[in-house]
Ligand binder design. Structure first.
Ligand code: ADP
Length: 374
């Protein structure tokens, strides 16, 4: 078990260094000023779009990339210059890299044999790990005969068989189809619950991060945007990027100008008659004529009774998806969507009045993307 600490870690690849002198662009850093503490036994998900620096971060922790600046510690030990094999880390990457001529047992045993462990010790370790990853029936088989899901189970089993202090998983499920991903996700969760090894998973799939991780680190352009539990990043996004990145279907993010209408503040939208009352909690932070980006999840847009202060607008699209209905209205050039599990039907063109869930309506500064709190 291990606590991992990153302090102001930067990474600039050599070929980016030359560009830096020319353009001095800040995003020439693949990873920029990343700091966090991954607690002993914690499961952390690093989440973000392609190219945001997730793998680079993981590879620096593993010792496969040098660190341009900053410090990394496992426990109290500074690991910046420690050889990868001395970091007590288990690694499982997207590609399986199993040895094809060796059967599964020998693949699992390979690194332990290299460390001169006794056959009895190896047998004991494999007997413990094989049922955990549900590969006990596969031990005599060779990798070419295994399915993608089976190979990835073996890959992860091989990473944990030596009981590392830190387990690093880089997009381990991205080769697999939907059902297999979900199954293996549950097994990784169960395995972590059992061995409680400090674990970091890198993924671009928010469902994977949300379902597996105790805390999620969301990155963009090499920088951390927010660190929080799955619920925190969903309910309380730090900025517009996080708000739009987490959640399916995505949050409605609409440019709006707030106007004062007698005693009430109203959201207005360019190219649309729609006006919706601004939730009361923002009364002290908004003013007449203020530009904001309004963020509200489809599930938090409500179709209201006629008494509310909201302009009736025609339904543009009605979709029945079986377990939920999706209703969209046109707001200028954009659509504002709501979802509900209620058994409702709206004819396209039928007028509805919308309100936004008081506590779950978010405002963002359109210039900086930062959250405006009520
Ligand atoms: P992610 O894992 O989030 O997709 P990466 O960490 O792989 O992102 O990449 C972050 C940035 O670093 C990207 O701009 C990528 O092009 C760049 N990068 C990654 N590996 C190298 C490399 N070996 N040499 C130069 N640039 C690299």
């Amino acid at each position: 078990m291990a606590q991992l600490t990153l302090k102001n870690v930067y990474k600039r690849y050599d070929n980016q260094e030359k560009k830096l002198f020319r353009k001095k662009k800040i995003n020439d850093f693949a990873v920029k000023d990343v700091s966090y503490v991954c607690e002993d036994g914690e499961f952390i998900g690093i989440l973000g779009p392609s190219g945001c620096g997730k793998s680079t971060t993981l590879r620096m922790i593993a010792g496969l990339e040098t660190i341009t600046a900053g410090d990394m510690y496992i426990g109290d030990v500074r690991i910046n210059d420690l050889h990868p094999k001395d970091r007590n880390i288990g690694l499982a990457f997207e590609d399986y890299a199993l040895y094809p001529p060796l059967n599964v047992y020998d693949n699992l045993a390979f690194n332990m044999r290299a460390k001169k462990k006794s056959e009895e010790e190896i047998r004991k370790a494999i007997d413990y790990v094989a049922p955990l990853m549900k590969i006990d029936d596969l031990l005599d088989m060779k990798p070419p005969a295994l399915s993608g899901g089976q190979k990835q189970r073996v890959n992860i089993a091989r990473a944990i068989v030596r009981r590392p202090g830190l387990l690093l998983l880089d997009e381990p499920l991205s080769h697999l189809d939907g059902k297999m991903r979900q199954q293996l996700r549950q097994e990784i969760k169960r395995m972590h619950h059992e061995i409680k090894c400090t674990t970091i998973i890198v993924t671009h799939d928010q469902m994977e991060a949300m379902s597996l991780a105790d805390r999620i680190i969301i990155m963009k352009d090499g920088e951390i945007q927010q660190i929080g539990t799955p619920l925190e990043v969903y309910d309380d996004p730090a900025n517009e990027f996080v708000a739009g990145f987490i959640g399916e279907p995505p949050m409605n993010l609409l440019p709006s100008v707030i106007i004062k209408n007698q005693e009430n503040f109203m959201f207005t939208f360019e190219g649309s008659d729609l006006q919706v009352e601004v939730p009361k909690k923002y009364r002290d932070v908004v003013k007449d004529g203020m530009k904001v980006t309004l963020g509200v999840r489809p599930v938090d847009v409500l179709i209201a009774s006629e008494k509310v202060k909201s302009t009736p607008v025609p339904v543009a699209i009605y979709e029945n998806l079986g377990d939920e209905r999706r209703v969209s209205v046109r707001v200028g050039e954009q659509l504002l969507s709501m979802t509900t599990t209620d058994d409702v039907y709206y004819e396209p063109g039928q007028k509805v009045q919308l309100i936004f869930h008081e506590e779950r309506t978010h405002l963002f500064d359109p210039q900086t993307g930062e959250r405006i709190r009520g």
